[in-house]
Design a protein around this ligand. Structure first.
Ligand SMILES: Cc1cc2nc3c(=O)[nH]c(=O)nc-3n(C[C@H](O)[C@H](O)[C@H](O)COP(=O)(O)O)c2cc1C
Length: 253
């Protein structure tokens, strides 16, 4: 673990006296110890070479539909990411119109859409109840790619939710009963006591799915594939739902 020198951190926590000048703000951003500068020509050649070589396949622009391409990119991410290649940022909107984001794990993907699981009474669950629409973002650092989706969200069937819940480790199933996800918690001990209580309640029995623990499917209307190309001249491929199929086009980076 790298630690920044305390004076560097403290300097970032106080507004510099001359911070209202544009040039000063730009300079202080460029020299912030926690933020790397833009890569130089040499760094592109040295550090990005393998990922950039893999990002030159022009045939992706001929794809008739995006779900197959997403599955291919997920498989490549699975081979390269250090963990959670199926992690995605899920953005929802609350009743006042404020956006909110958090990571969730993709648990299934097919022509119908992308499935994830959570607690219906969590912040995201309540937001999805009020406004069944969301955006999802994957970012795979090792591949230097992102995929971005927007669409409507619908609950999965109880059969699907039961099947996925049953596939989880017993401890995770106990945890789903013990956690009042997104509600205030006074201490770690309270959570551990709740786990112990649920463990003894289900001792010697199967752990059923709590009714509040379920899944949703994002049905994408727009999907955009982005990949890093040298000097920020990236590729962008956007699909939009068009009747039964998809229309497709490139975007400027
Ligand atoms: C990599 C990663 C994967 C996660 N996957 C899930 C998930 O699949 N389901 C879930 O409920 N929370 C997941 N979380 C936790 C959520 O990000 C979040 O803390 C939690 O769901 C509460 O969010 P909410 O208060 O907005 O509802 C994950 C967190 C990370 C960092």
């Amino acid at each position: 673990m790298t630690h920044l020198a305390a004076d560097k951190v403290n300097a970032a926590l106080t507004v510099p006296p001359d911070a209202d000048g544009r040039a000063v703000r730009y300079r202080s951003f460029m020299t912030h110890a926690a933020i790397p500068p833009s890569p130089s020509r040499e760094e592109y050649a040295r550090d990005y070479a393998a990922a950039l070589a893999a990002n030159g396949d022009e045939t992706i622009f001929d794809r008739p539909e995006p779900i197959g391409l997403l599955i291919e990119w997920l498989a490549q991410a699975r081979a390269h990411e250090i963990n959670d290649p199926n992690a995605m940022a899920l953005s929802t909107v609350d009743v006042d119109g404020w956006p909110d984001s958090r990571m969730v794990l993709l648990k299934d993907v097919d022509v119908r859409g992308l499935t994830f699981y959570s607690n219906r009474e969590s912040a995201k669950g309540r937001q999805l109840q009020a406004r069944p629409a969301a955006a999802v973002l994957f970012h795979w650092k090792s591949l230097r790619r992102q995929v971005r989706l927007r669409g409507t969200v619908e609950p999965v069937t109880t059969v699907e939710a039961d099947a996925y819940f049953a596939s989880r480790a017993r401890e995770s199933r106990i945890g789903a009963w013990a956690s009042d996800q997104s509600r205030p918690l006074d201490s770690r001990e309270t959570l551990e006591a709740a786990v112990a209580r649920e463990e003894s309640r289900f001792d010697g029995q199967e752990v059923p799915r709590p009714e509040h623990w379920t899944g949703w499917r994002l049905v994408p209307t727009v999907m955009e594939f982005w990949r890093d190309r040298p000097f920020r001249l990236h590729d962008r491929l956007r699909f939009e739902r068009d009747g039964e199929g998809w229309s497709r086009g490139r975007l400027y980076p």
